[in-house]
Design a binder for this molecule. Sequence first.
Ligand code: GTP
Length: 522
Amino acid sequence: MALSFIKKVFTFGKEKPAEEQAPEASQTKVLEAEPGPHSHEEHLPLASDPAFPEQLDIAGAAPAADAVEPSEDAEDAAILPAAYQIGDLGVIPLSLLEAEAEAEPETPAKETPTAKTPPSVSSGDQAADEAPVFDASHDEVTDIRPEEISGAAEEGQTVPPQPISLLGGETPGGVAEDAPLRDADGEDASKTQPLLPKGFATTAKTTEAEPIAPYPKLTWFQRLRAGLARTSSQLTGQISALFTKRKLDDDTLQDLEDLLIQADLGVETAMRVTDTLASERYGKDVTGEDVSRIMASEIAKVLKPVAKPLQLDLTHKPHVILVVGVNGTGKTTTIGKLAAKLSGAGLKVMVAAGDTFRAAAIEQLKIWADRTKSEFIGTKLGADAAGLAYDAFEQAKAKKCDVLIIDTAGRLQNKAELMAELEKIVRVLGKLDPDAPHTVLQTLDATTGQNALNQVEIFRNIAGVNGLIMTKLDGTARGGILVAISAKHKLPVYFIGVGEGVDDLEPFEAEDFAHAIAGLGQ
Ligand SMILES: Nc1nc2c(ncn2[C@@H]2O[C@H](COP(=O)(O)OP(=O)(O)OP(=O)(O)O)[C@@H](O)[C@H]2O)c(=O)[nH]1
């Protein structure tokens, strides 16, 4: 029966018109079936699912009417396990097998004890009893008894189970060397052949992937340097050009000041640099390197007072961190990264999906919560964010969480609404603890430049921002703006985001940042 089952797999839908043979037709049916004995979930257990073996029994049971059309004989009634029906491969039409069989003489496959041609159909009526059996790891279909496969082995000889092959002609490793896989039109399908899941093999000629040399992971400073390369190379290039064979005079100082302002560093910092340069080198020859050094030192002086660790008052249970900022600046991602750091350090963290305007934001935070083993609280789309914040605070207290981090929406398009919402969140949290939220963090996207200055102004007024995190400093960042913001607002800068990964959040270091902007080493 096993072979007839395979034939069933391979011929499923063959009699139907071409368009109906598309995998979609058979897949949709199963996927859309009501949950039941043959629902999608039951057919696709995780390999590690302990329930997996029992579920496999289903494949040998009578077919569910809603899953597969009943067919003429009992053998044909075997339900195709979903593993065959869905996924990129879909159902393999018999024409493929026939094409392969025709192609066989031209493409002799290696001598192998395994099948060279599709299995012949065995007779027998053990259909229902001999449903395919998957091993626990879902690696192989072991119901294909090699002795039933033509040319497989001598009668009675035991041949270890082989990975199921879409076409014959396997090498012992499971992949034939020469036989091209043909699609229904007789075309070499190797170009379109998808990557096969584990446990499948194909005769399609596959190009061996070049072994990929392990890519050295850049240090965070290298990523910061790379992210700030645009700012720094533009600056240093222009500075070198400015000071080539020129003594330091009023004109060059003015030009330098303009350059620094254009790089978003702000008037105040630009003047600090030119004043220091003038006091040290006026009337003398100056190199671009001299200027870069002085620039780095002056920038570091601006940044040092704001480069502070994020203070957690763990006498509060929880310490509440409200995260605000324009949408897309990296709030949710940063919350995930913070949660990872905190829970990694053994603190109990809860994250609250207060951005109730975007379903994806709630989902995204839930994923981060799972990933960082944090408690999660969310509500339905469009629900009152302040109500969620209140519930989150109560639950975090009840669960004795150390830290509660609340995500918020950031649509500046509707400033009045946003303002009202954030104010309400702060007010409501204050009812449970007059000091809450204990930290109001604003995320700033380093690629936005000057606009970030206005964003701080707005959110500081709305939500009482008392700390900053600049994200996306690994991209084509315009990091100069952080210097201008620091000079103006003097708000602590706790961390910088240097990538999308969970570990890509670094404590803010004034010297390193200043050096990266000036194009100097760490
Ligand atoms: N390269 C890079 N990408 C980042 C960084 N931080 C966040 N991102 C990406 O920026 C995009 C927006 O991040 P989110 O965390 O969704 O931003 P958000 O502020 O929560 O956005 P809304 O939910 O729309 O308000 C995502 O694609 C993040 O992966 C970073 O430090 N570097």
